[in-house]
Design a protein around this ligand. Structure first.
Ligand code: PDD
Length: 290
């Protein structure tokens, strides 16, 4: 695997995290995934803001200023030298005793991974994917708030495994009240009669940065947009469904549990938003390689 790793400010060839790090022992960490466009990190201020909010959410003091992280990220991107990069920033609770209590932990460990993005097959964007409604429920907000991007992703891992068993490309999860939430690494949208709908943050979801951008784009381009709490059956009436995320961007869903959504093809509103999102990235990050 060709991955550059920056470990606490040092570029290391063979990075090793302690077996006593609570990030490893208890999933006690926070993280962000950032993509690049024309080689430049997208929405970096938004990702750094969310990283800080996540750290606050688990009472973890980040041991750096944003300027330090930006600088280290720049160095790591340069060392990677990929035309486009997948960036993962992880901050763990640090090394401590083999005890759930984090008070024995020393300094948090800060890791920046840079590698070539794996991406998704073009076919997924043209024909859409199949998403399964899984039995695994999204973590309840009062248990482990999905709005905090922690490294504790077992909830989503189990959902993804269930989707794999069902022959689907991703899993859609309900919350414990039976309302739609999100997929394993993306937010959910659907379209009906030209209006765009998405579960509200109160359902227990990550406040996706792509989700935010799409909500703004929909508003600016005359698509009525509604956020709310809805049961799964609402999707029976959806004409289009799509997912949003840093890596996926906007991905059409043309089958739910193997059954076609609308006419089973990527719909016009999804296509329009996909185009608008690409335009936005080109506008913000330049349409020529930097
Ligand atoms: N995941 N919901 C969940 C559970 C996520 O993990 C993600 C992002 C999103 C979309 O958020 P954003 O638009 O800010 O990427 C929604 C990243 C990509 C990941 O963990 O790989």
């Amino acid at each position: 695997m060709n991955v550059k790793v920056n470990f606490n400010g040092t570029l290391v060839e063979d990075a090793r995290l302690s077996v006593f790090d609570h990030g490893f022992l208890f999933g006690d960490s926070v993280y962000e995934v950032v993509s690049t466009h024309r080689g430049r990190p997208c929405f970096l201020p938004e990702h750094l803001r969310r990283l800080r909010q996540s750290a606050e959410g688990i009472h973890l003091d980040l041991p750096f200023e944003d300027s330090w992280l930006k600088n280290e990220l720049g160095r790591t991107l340069e060392a990677g030298g990929f035309p486009e990069s997948y960036i993962r920033i992880v901050v763990t609770r640090g090394e401590g005793e083999i005890d759930i209590d984090p008070s024995s932990c020393g300094r948090p460990n800060v890791l920046i991974y840079v590698t070539a993005p794996k991406g998704y097959p073009l076919e997924y964007y043209e024909k859409g994917i199949n998403v399964a409604m899984v039995s695994v429920k999204r973590n309840w907000r009062e248990s482990l708030n999905p709005g905090i991007k922690t490294g504790n992703y077992l909830n989503n891992v189990l959902a993804k495994m269930e989707a794999n068993r069902m022959g689907a490309q991703d899993a859609m999860m309900l919350n414990v009240s039976g309302c739609l939430t999100e997929c394993t690494t993306s937010n959910l949208f659907w379209v009906r009669e030209g209006s765009v709908f998405t579960p509200s943050l109160s359902c227990g979801i990550l406040a996706g940065i792509t989700r935010d951008a799409v909500i703004k784009l929909a508003g600016e381009n005359g698509f009525p947009m509604e956020e709310g709490e809805w049961p799964a059956e609402i999707l029976d009436k959806a004409q289009e469904v799509f997912l949003t995320g840093t890596i996926k961007k906007i991905m059409p869903v043309t089958r739910l549990d193997g059954k076609p959504v609308g006419d089973g093809r990527t719909g016009p509103v999804t296509r329009r938003l996909m185009r608008l999102y690409d335009d936005l990235l080109n506008r913000f990050y330049g349409s020529e390689p930097s």
